[in-house]
Design a protein around this ligand. Structure first.
Ligand SMILES: Nc1ncnc2c1ncn2[C@@H]1O[C@H](COP(=O)(O)OP(=O)(O)OP(=O)(O)O)[C@@H](O)[C@H]1O
Ligand SMILES: [Mg+2]
Length: 153
C-alpha cells in the first residue's frame, strides 16, 4: 500500500489510525531519510494507543517505554554501531514482552529483525509532503495492514 501524506498533521492522523489497530506483538519498522517524519509518525501511533506522554527522540536513548492501551517500546537505532549492540539493550527480551514495538531506522539492524513485521518507508515527495509505503511480512502483519487500510477508508 502506498499513500501520499501531504503534511505533518496527516502524518499524525495516519499514525493514530495505525496505533488504534495495534495489538500485542506487533512490530512497526520505520525507515526513511533524516527528517522524513518517522518520529512524528511514532507520535501519532502513541496517541492512537492512548499514550498521554509526549514521544521524544532523545539523543542517547535507544529505547523508550510508554504505557497506553498496551505498552509501547519505541526504538531509535540511528546511533547504534551494529546489531550486536542491540543485544546489550535487551532487544531479544523486548520481542517477547507484552506490547507493540516501533523501530526507527530499522534497516540498520536488518540482519536481526524478526521475519514478521510491518515496514513503513517514508520518502520525500517532490511536491512537498511524503509518500508512505507499507509492506507487511507474515500473516499477523498482513492482517494488521488489512485492518489499517480498512480503517483508512
Ligand atoms: N507528511 C509530511 N509532510 C511534510 N512534512 C512532514 C510530514 N511529516 C512530518 N513532517 C515534518 O518533517 C520534519 C521531521 O520530522 P521527524 O523528526 O518526525 O523526522 P524523522 O524521520 O524522525 O527524522 P530523524 O531521522 O532525524 O529522526 C518535522 O518538521 C515534521 O513536521
Ligand atoms: Mg526521528
Amino acid at each position: 500500500m502506498k499513500k501520499y501524506i501531504e503534511n505533518v498533521e496527516k502524518t499524525i492522523e495516519i499514525g493514530m489510525i495505525i496505533g488504534r489497530a495495534l495489538k500485542n506483538g506487533d512490530i512497526i519498522c520505520l525507515d526513511g531519510d533524516l527528517g522524513a517524519g518517522k518520529t512524528h509518525l511514532s507520535k501519532g501511533i502513541a496517541k492512537g494507543l492512548d499514550i498521554e506522554e509526549e514521544i521524544t527522540s532523545p539523543t542517547f536513548t535507544i529505547v523508550q517505554e510508554y504505557e497506553g492501551r498496551i505498552p509501547l517500546y519505541h526504538f531509535d537505532v540511528y546511533r547504534i554501531a551494529d546489531s550486536e549492540e542491540m543485544y546489550n539493550v535487551g532487544f531479544e527480551d523486548y520481542l517477547n514482552k507484552n506490547g507493540a514495538i516501533i523501530i526507527e531506522w530499522s534497516e540498520i539492524i536488518r540482519d536481526i529483525l524478526p521475519n514478521d513485521r510491518l515496514e513503513i518507508k517514508l520518502v520525500y515527495a517532490p511536491e512537498g509532503g511524503r509518500y508512505f509505503t507499507f509492506n507487511a511480512f507474515g500473516k499477523r502483519h498482513e492482517d494488521l495492514l488489512r485492518d489499517i487500510s480498512e480503517r483508512l477508508t
